[in-house]
Design a protein around this ligand. Structure first.
Ligand code: DP6
Length: 349
């Protein structure tokens, strides 16, 4: 899976680099995995522009592996432990990675307390920094597929935050070149009416999640509906793909909502079941559907593994969606001001 030059690469004395990587929002959800962090079904996401993690790493050669991780100016021990475990596991295939001290400084452009999943942007940023180190050590360029695979091993959805505005992860006969190992940039295939799609993120609650995504994926192993979910995800993917190619917002939007509610239904029907949605999340969903019905504006919702609602709509609808959010929805968000205005982005840099 890694380039063969990486396996026998010689270390360099020191190296510093910095990367900014975006969050992404899945239209078709990855929920359930197999093998070495491979997805049980293909997923598809929109890359965001404003919600990002900025990571700077100083690599210093030594005879063992150690990590010092600063998040928003403070030493962050839980991230440090997670990153150390990740690097130890990578160094088993890429020995040179076991010979550095890593000083990592990271920050998010969105408020840390906003409850937005940040593992995708932070793991993507870390993976691209590592790819740059290895490119320098082996006198090669950065291979985006390899960078995406490295990100995937940190957090599955992170492999969709490297390159491209629309990214497919998971092998499907509908998308030539798609792979379980890495995310594929499919932006060029997507109808222009989806370009510059907007994502207005409504923060219902920024409380720490009761159950992590990792644990939620784990519960899919024993889930009574797992197999039918994986069949349904493939069917939804295929139908949504047709809609994305044709510019059919209604079809894509309706399937996006089915995916979001299915994800939360799977959580509720796990054993033990759990609920991440807040009463305010449900109220927002109700109002969005009512607004769409009455106004005809193509605005749809999706939800990640948390209570926050993402409104997805074409750029041309912004003038109508903005006042709707300000007058009708904002009061259901945390402290009455929990809104992030985001849109389609291009990937990591
Ligand atoms: C609901 O990628 O956070 O956001 O691979 O265990 O790190 P791990 O899980 P993660 O799961 C994301 C789940 C999701 C859906 C999605 O982004 O496709």
């Amino acid at each position: 899976m890694f380039p063969k030059e990486w396996l026998s690469a010689k270390p360099i004395e020191s190296f510093s680099t910095s990367v900014s990587a975006p969050a992404n929002i899945a239209f078709i959800k990855y929920w359930g995995k197999k093998g070495p962090q491979l997805p049980a079904n293909p997923s598809l996401s929109l890359t965001l522009s404003e919600s990002r993690t900025l990571t700077e790493i100083d690599f210093k050669l030594q005879n063992k592996l150690s990590v010092e991780l600063w998040f928003e100016g403070k030493r962050a021990e839980s991230f440090e432990k997670k990153t150390l475990d990740y690097l130890i596991s990578l160094s088993q295939s890429i020995p040179v990675l076991g010979q550095y001290h890593y000083k990592i400084q990271s920050q998010n452009t969105f408020p840390h307390s906003s409850g937005i999943a940040s593992s995708a942007s932070s793991q993507a940023a870390l993976a691209l920094c590592l790819s740059q180190l290895m490119a320098r050590a082996t006198h090669t360029g950065v291979d985006w597929n390899v960078a995406s695979s490295l990100a995937r091993l940190g957090s599955g959805s992170a492999c969709r935050s490297l390159k491209g505005s629309f990214v497919v992860w998971g092998e499907t006969s509908r998308v030539p070149g798609s792979s379980d190992e890495y995310g594929l940039d499919v932006t060029k295939l997507i109808h222009s009416s989806f370009h510059n799609a907007k994502d207005c993120i409504l923060i219902s609650s920024s409380k720490e999640k009761e159950v992590s995504s990792r644990a939620g994926h784990g519960q899919m192993k024993e889930h009574p509906f797992a197999q039918s979910r994986f069949v349904q995800a493939r069917e939804n993917f295929s139908q949504m793909w047709d809609g994305l190619l044709k510019g059919d917002w209604e079809k894509v939007g309706e399937l996006m909502e089915v995916e979001a509610l299915t994800l939360h239904a799977l959580m509720m029907t796990s054993n033990p079941g759990y609920i991440l949605l807040e009463p305010s999340s449900l109220e927002i969903i109700r109002l969005v559907r009512l607004f769409r019905k009455e106004s005809g504006v193509p605005v749809y919702f999706t939800i990640d593994a948390g209570p926050n609602i993402h409104l997805i709509y074409p750029e041309s609808a912004h003038a109508k969606v903005e006042p709707f959010v300000r007058h009708e929805l904002i009061r259901f968000t945390e402290n009455g001001n929990g809104v992030i205005w985001d849109q389609m982005g291009l990937g990591a840099k």
